[in-house]
Design a protein around this ligand. Structure first.
Ligand SMILES: C[S@@+](CC[C@H](N)C(=O)[O-])C[C@H]1O[C@@H](n2cnc3c(N)ncnc32)[C@H](O)[C@@H]1O
Length: 261
């Protein structure tokens, strides 16, 4: 299993493989090779990664705009891509505070890019592991006021995290009423064969990867109020134009946003 703070160039990392899918330059040969194996299993993984980024933009715009959220905790941030979550949030609300968290040293190496925000707002970066949510909450409290609503983003993260339900429950418990959880999660519902082969690529390389079906993903939101349109394929969540049906098999993940009452 991947260690918490090791930057190994001879083992693939989740963040660097994702960078490869997005056409970035922050990966090593070993990541490119593993990512190419995923591309054999899921030829549309690049479309899926882009759809995932699109959801981050729409959900953050909704949270900072319509929902009036001014504080954000984004765990599993990944290597920065433009625009990052704080840029979207602070475009809507310049005083928004954003805390980013990832366990990958390569994301830490880019943290400076994540911390250039507005003068009125604040951004911070925490190098931490999602399996230690209490430590994340304690460090995030330096920047965020947990007596006020927080938008918690767990985007394309939980399928990589053992004990994901417990982790999510600990984080949501710590949030004030009126807070939100925004999430995307890998599923085998649309392309069981392709996703099964993808899981094999990750797990054979020591990287935990666990897809869930729609009902299992819905369970992460127990006790919360799902925002319309509920748990839907990632590219369908408040899409500006109705996506073609053929997209569903290309984007093997669900997205949802819910409010803590
Ligand atoms: C697929 S990327 C998603 C990046 C970004 N959230 C997005 O959706 O564009 C998953 C990210 O989660 C991070 N990650 C995986 N397991 C983690 C853990 N246990 N703790 C913290 N971060 C983790 C990886 O390093 C990677 O940056």
């Amino acid at each position: 299993m991947q260690g918490k703070h090791d930057l190994k160039q001879h083992e693939p990392h989740i963040a660097r493989m994702y960078d490869y899918y997005l056409g970035g330059k922050d990966h090593y040969q070993v990541d490119a090779e593993a990512a190419e194996k995923v591309l054999e299993a899921l030829p549309e993984v690049r479309v899926a990664a882009q759809a995932n980024r699109g959801f981050i933009h729409r959900a953050t715009r909704y949270l900072a705009g319509e929902a009036g959220v001014r504080q954000f905790l984004d765990i599993g941030t990944g290597i920065p891509t433009e625009p990052n979550l704080h840029q979207i949030a602070q475009e809507q609300a310049p005083d928004a505070r954003v805390v980013y968290v990832d366990n990958d040293p390569i994301v830490l190496a880019h943290a400076r890019a994540l911390m250039v925000g507005t003068r009125e707002g604040r951004t911070d970066y925490i190098q931490a592991d999602a399996t230690e949510p209490e430590a994340i909450l304690a460090a995030a409290a330096r920047t965020l006021d947990f007596s006020q609503p927080v938008g918690l983003s767990l985007i394309a993260l939980l399928n990589f995290v053992p004990g994901a339900y417990e982790v999510t429950a600990t984080l949501v418990d710590a949030l004030a009423p009126g807070s939100y959880l925004a999430m995307t999660h890998l599923t085998a519902d649309f392309d069981p064969e392709g996703v099964g082969a993808t899981v094999k690529v990750y797990t054979e390389r020591g990287l935990y990867c666990h897809p869930r079906d729609k009902a299992e993903i819905g369970r992460f939101f127990d006790g919360m109020e799902l925002v319309e349109p509920g748990v839907v394929p990632i590219h369908r969540w408040r899409a500006p134009v109705e996506p073609p049906k053929t997209m569903d098999v290309k984007v093997p993940g669900y997205a949802a946003v819910a409010r803590k009452p």
